[in-house]
Design a protein around this ligand. Structure first.
Ligand SMILES: Cc1ncc(C[n+]2csc(CCOP(=O)(O)OP(=O)(O)O)c2C)c(N)n1
Length: 551
């Protein structure tokens, strides 16, 4: 085998291998040559070459999101590293393990007028769980720092940064390792979780319990606990599509339920206990409801952290939801009409939803209705920010479809790259649903040799950032079109051609039906279905929908 001659590079490679960091996303450069040579010459590692570092890091994030193991990104010195930042922040807030390995010049060469050299040390300090700036010379301390970084990214689930100084010559190799790092076994002792009786009693006796679930990986919660919550008359469970949690009594269209609520309805719905688990919550409306009509208690369950999202966090339980439920739930539940009163409202909402949807004109709303009814089963769905993920929430999706979205920072800068990364390791076919600005923003994602032939993009082109028409503050002025909506006449046809994607178009209901079938029947090449919707009527159709729910 061939190894880089520099012992520090050997140390990093050996530790990554021993700790099972297998997927390595490399961007081109010279300073990182010792690592690139080492990773690519060892068959243990699965290496990917992605030129644009922003895309590379989101691609890595997509892989890590799915395998729930750290993925390493490797880049050269200089501004290359800074392009990782959006994905580092997303990984930080979405709790995704990511290891940044940045090659650097030795400290003595920084700020002396050398080329491609910036202050790399701790550049991600605000959004990483651990930063280390290794010493050029190998040492037990260096070995320990590399291992600590990897361990933290696994146990605390997030990004870490290892800055690695290399001095030239950078390309020399050896056929035997000359340095063997000292690798320590990790001693992961999981803490025993104890739930005090008072919480069990409070839970049991409370007649109005609201469970709100944010982003979750599919199959995170044992079915018996899902059933127990779903069958309890005193519990209402609100989920989001990104919760990937299903029960016939859970309501997964939060905005459809609560948008028409009057002050009186909100008061009736105001819970005694709010129990939350999972990651970020998409619905703005549920957040403002819970901030205004605060529960008496807010309990959050998560192994690692708790945000006080509603200003009333009273208890943080540092364990997994299933462990928590195993201590909390028992068979007897208190009498209550909390769930049944919401169920009555929910039934009415669903019938109004159907009436409105059946008669609505071609628009983003209509397209999402069509897509949600016609997506294949058992797929892996990635959705971009921002109105795409909001629209998807308004419709029923088959429960076999798993849904992911970069909600850590809600950025539009890496949805396509993340989806492609996820598609590389997902056993299911991956489909990305995206808006036009997000798609155009991250179009370098398509510059990749790893896109599976089954990968498909549904691109809703409404001529700009449609979300800004929905948000309050929209006025039909030139300023709005130019600076908020960033209105444009672009389409994806040339990008599709350049990147060897099949390309289909839809402009109305009929062409959507025809193109949609062809799009899904074609599995020899990745493809894009670009659906053009009327820029100016989308927002009114959405607002009318919420209005129609009240009637
Ligand atoms: C990196 C980044 N820049 C800016 C924003 C603010 N932003 C949120 S949504 C959006 C427009 C999205 O437009 P598009 O992808 O066309 O989706 P649509 O809202 O039309 O569905 C922008 C600019 C952001 N979220 N992330």
């Amino acid at each position: 085998m061939m190894y880089p001659k520099i012992p520090l590079a050997q140390s990093i490679l050996e530790i990554c291998q021993q700790k099972g960091v297998q997927h390595i996303v490399i961007s081109p450069g010279s300073r990182n040559a010792p690592l690139t040579i080492g990773f690519t010459n060892n068959p243990f590692f699965k290496c990917y070459s992605i030129a644009d570092e922003r895309c590379a890091a989101f691609f890595a994030l997509g892989i890590a999101q799915q395998i729930k193991m750290p993925v390493a990104v490797v880049c050269t010195s200089g501004s290359a590293l800074l392009n990782y930042y959006p994905a580092v922040a997303e990984a930080f807030y979405s709790q995704i393990p990511l290891i940044v390995l940045s090659a650097d010049r030795p400290q003595s060469k920084i700020d002396i007028g050398d080329g491609q050299t910036i202050r790399q040390e701790n550049v991600f300090a605000n959004h990483s769980l651990f930063n280390t700036n290794l010493n050029e010379n190998v040492s037990v301390e260096n070995d320990a720092l590399i291992q600590e970084a990897i361990a933290i990214s696994v146990t605390k689930k997030g990004p870490v940064h290892i800055n690695v100084p290399f001095e030239e010559p950078l390309y020399e190799t050896v056929s035997e390792m000359t340095y063997f790092p000292i690798i320590k076994d990790e001693n992961l002792v999981s803490k025993e979780f104890i739930l005090q009786t008072e919480f069990r009693e409070t839970w049991k006796n409370s007649t109005k319990k609201l469970v709100l679930v944010g982003e979750l990986f599919p199959n995170s919660i044992e079915q018996k606990y899902i059933d127990s919550l779903g069958n309890d008359a005193s519990v209402v469970v609100l989920t989001e599509k990104t919760s990937n949690l299903h029960h016939e009594s859970f309501i997964d269209q939060i905005d459809t339920l609560i948008t028409p609520f009057s002050d009186e309805d909100f008061k009736a719905f105001q819970p005694e206990i709010l129990l939350t688990f999972g990651g970020m919550v998409v619905s703005k409306r549920i957040k403002s409801f819970l901030r205004k009509y605060q529960p008496l208690e807010h309990w959050h369950v998560d192994e690692l952290r708790a945000y006080d999202t509603y200003g009333v966090l009273s208890q943080y339980f540092g364990t997994s939801p299933s462990t928590f439920f195993s201590h909390l739930l028992d068979e007897n539940s208190v009498e209550s009409n909390y769930k049944s009163s919401i169920e009555t409202i929910w039934k009415s909402r669903l019938s109004h939803h159907k009436l409105y949807t059946n008669q609505v004109a071609f628009s983003d709303f209509k397209v999402f209705d069509f897509i949600s009814k016609n997506l294949p089963k058992d797929i892996h769905l990635q959705v971009s920010n921002s109105s795409a993920i909001r629209y998807i929430q308004l419709f029923d999706l088959d429960q076999s479809i798993e849904v992911f979205c970069n909600r850590g920072t809600s950025g539009i800068d890496g949805s396509t790259s993340t989806a492609i990364g996820a598609s590389v390791v997902s056993v299911k076919d991956t489909i990305l649903i995206t808006g036009d600005i997000s798609f155009l923003y991250d179009s370098n994602a398509l510059w990749s040799n790893y896109i599976p032939v089954t990968f498909k993009i549904i691109l809703l082109n409404n001529g700009g950032g449609g979300i800004f028409r929905i948000l309050p503050g929209h006025k039909e002025t030139e300023t709005f079109n130019t600076y908020f909506e960033t209105s444009h006449q672009l389409n994806a046809s040339h990008l599709a051609k350049m990147y060897n994607f099949e390309y289909y178009i839809a402009t109305d209901e009929d062409s959507l039906k025809t193109s949609y079938d062809t799009f899904f029947n074609q599995n020899n090449k990745p493809c894009i279905l670009e659906i053009f919707t009327p820029e100016k009527s989308n927002n009114r159709i959405l607002l009318d929908f919420f209005g129609a729910l009240k009637k």
